[in-house]
Design a protein around this ligand. Structure first.
Ligand SMILES: Cc1ncc(COP(=O)(O)O)c(C=O)c1O
Length: 447
């Protein structure tokens, strides 16, 4: 806290309309342990001077921990050179180099990168690329998108249309994209509760795509979009063979497959992308968050060579894709991303997420049998504990756990009654044990 920072106890909370937050509850309770004033390594500091272990790496974005000196220096150095370059018709060499580096780590022939500033923008960009791609190839009838129940693809109109979380959709129903259909989600407690890693049950749910294709006809479908692992809804791991089946069906019918890797990209799944971790290559990948460790807003889309090539037609002085953002490839975001990619490689981060995942899996699965725990899920650096809802009050038990864990020095995230865990890769063995012990104490405290 600096001298200029108002006293948290008298801070006016009213003007800030907080995103995805219970504003009235927050402002009535004035939780001083939820006012964050600093971040270092695997910890946040609250306005009360308490340290909180960062159990979700920010919002899944700071997987390397906070304020790694190498990223901090890169951003500071960039500010000494240039603050902003226009994004259209000019670019810095660093942006070209960054695209090249990201493409090098992407699977298959995904080798062209379009930069955005967030995951939501990345998703809407990918949907636009898919529509335009088909049109450019003379298949303008391919306009439908297929998402998945419980999917989260950000908050743009495209993203909520293909997304499958009802609270994010219902208010905006009249303004959503036309013709979107949804695959069933793959979470089934009776078949897969307490699975370790990828569930064995559920690959057959990908066959639903054949039913949807038969209903609408492939000639009307542009793309299928899924998160390889569903993060925001509470860590739903793909069943063994499920993503492979989706790939086969999409290929068979000429439908593009989009992996939304905003959470799964850049190491968390134990490989550079979920695509490699799960052994399936999509046609488009969306990314954000981990690309520069959450330091400066950045997102993007990685497109396969045939998709990019399809746009490269017409007179060569003409703009090929009428799309872009003022802050696409922002100089500070690019600098932070270069430093992040350096660290991902030099510090062997994807493999270290796998190692962390083994510790995390052993720890979280030891919570089985604790009061109200109805499921535990994990894959590499991600895990979740699902609690039975309080009768008639879905979500309240998780809020209570969240608040109790804060008092014990742990920051987690809840969705419904599921607690998601995704600690930074720098977490020590002792910190993972402490994370699990704190979860156990909090679960018991709210029973
Ligand atoms: C899979 C996925 N897609 C898109 C988004 C939206 O990203 P943003 O909040 O940066 O717009 C998220 C955010 O959590 C996400 O998890």
């Amino acid at each position: 806290m600096t001298d200029a920072t108002p006293d948290p106890a008298t801070l006016n909370l009213d003007p800030y309309w907080m995103p995805f937050t219970h504003n009235r509850y927050f402002k009535q309770h004035r939780p001083l342990d939820r006012l964050l004033v600093g971040a270092e390594g695997a910890y946040y500091t609250t306005s009360q001077g308490q340290t909180l272990f960062d159990g979700l790496s920010g919002l899944w974005c700071c997987g390397l921990g906070h304020r790694d000196r190498r990223i901090v220096e890169a951003v500071k150095n960039q500010l000494d050179v240039a603050d902003y370059y226009p994004a259209f018709q000019v670019a810095s060499p660093d942006s070209f180099r960054l695209a090249e580096r990201i493409a090098k780590h992407a699977p298959g022939d995904l080798d062209h990168v379009f930069f955005t500033n967030s995951g939501s923008e990345a998703v809407d960009t990918a949907l636009k690329i898919a529509l335009a791609y088909h049109r450019l190839r003379g298949e303008a009838s391919r306009t439908r998108f297929i998402g998945r129940e419980r999917g989260y693809h950000g908050v743009g109109f495209g993203g909520i249309s293909v997304g499958g979380m009802v609270a994010n959709r219902k208010m905006f129903a009249p303004a959503m994209l036309n013709g979107v259909d949804h695959l069933p989600h793959t979470h089934n407690l009776s078949q897969m509760a307490f699975s370790q890693g990828m569930p064995e049950w559920g690959a057959h749910l990908a066959d639903e795509l054949e039913r949807i294709v038969a209903l609408h006809d492939a000639s009307t479908i542009a793309a299928v979009i899924v998160e390889p692992m569903q993060g925001s809804v509470g860590v739903i791991i793909p069943p063994i063979g499920y993503l492979q089946k989706l790939r086969e069906i999409c290929t068979k019918h000429g439908i593009l497959l989009i992996f939304d890797e905003v959470i799964t990209g850049f190491g968390r799944m134990g490989d550079w992308f979920g695509a490699q971790a799960f052994g399936v290559t999509p046609d488009l990948i969306t990314f954000a968050k981990g690309v520069n460790n959450g330091t400066v807003p950045m997102g993007g889309v990685i497109a396969s060579k045939p998709i990019y090539d399809a746009f490269m037609t017409g007179p060569d002085y003409a703009v090929e894709f009428f799309h872009g953002y003022t802050y696409s490839a922002h100089a500070l975001a690019v600098a932070a991303a270069h430093a992040t990619l350096d660290i991902l490689g030099s510090d062997d981060v994807p493999n270290r997420f796998t190692a962390l995942g083994t510790l995390l899996a052993d720890g979280v699965h030891s919570l089985r049998g604790e009061p109200n725990v109805i499921d535990i899920r994990n894959y590499a650096g991600a895990a979740a504990v699902e609690l039975a809802p309080l009768p008639g009050k879905p979500g309240l038990r998780a809020i209570r756990l969240f608040e109790d864990a804060l008092k014990r020095g742990l920051l987690v995230r809840f969705t419904g009654d599921t607690i998601a865990l995704a600690p930074p890769v720098i977490s020590t063995e002792a910190e993972i044990h402490r994370l699990v012990d704190t979860m156990r104490e909090a679960i018991r405290a709210v029973a």
